[in-house]
Design a protein around this ligand. Sequence first.
Ligand SMILES: [Zn+2]
Length: 144
Amino acid sequence: MQISEVRVKMVANKDDRLKAFCSMTLDNSFVIRDIKIIEGAGGLFVAMPSRKMSDHCEKCGSKNHLRAKYCNGCGGVLPDGRARQDIKGRTKLHADIAHPINADCRRRIQDAIVAAYEAEAERAQQPGYEPLDLDIYDFEGDVD
Ligand SMILES: [Zn+2]
């Protein structure tokens, strides 16, 4: 698998831990969007696209986020501590949608994305810099 391209959209808020959004193209064929670059205690890290996990209300069956205190459907009080914990004992509220399944691939993705971020951060110093618009889809061929 080759990482063909990484596009980086810088996030303007300087105080935020979220530094940029990225899209990554694999083998000139497949794009993964909504990858985040986050400033952690140990430096920059790459967060793969994820979704908020949810569960269902016991009374009405409505879907609620695991941190919700009241049900979206019936307004009933939801029990605390519905989130599961990972092996390090951290509460798991999000699940990755797409992610590497081994350390080698994770490191290659991390290195490529952090390098692209650093190059973009350099460009962002130039006068007249405009952040990339990642919401434009690339699609070769006809869409009917
Ligand atoms: Zn309910």
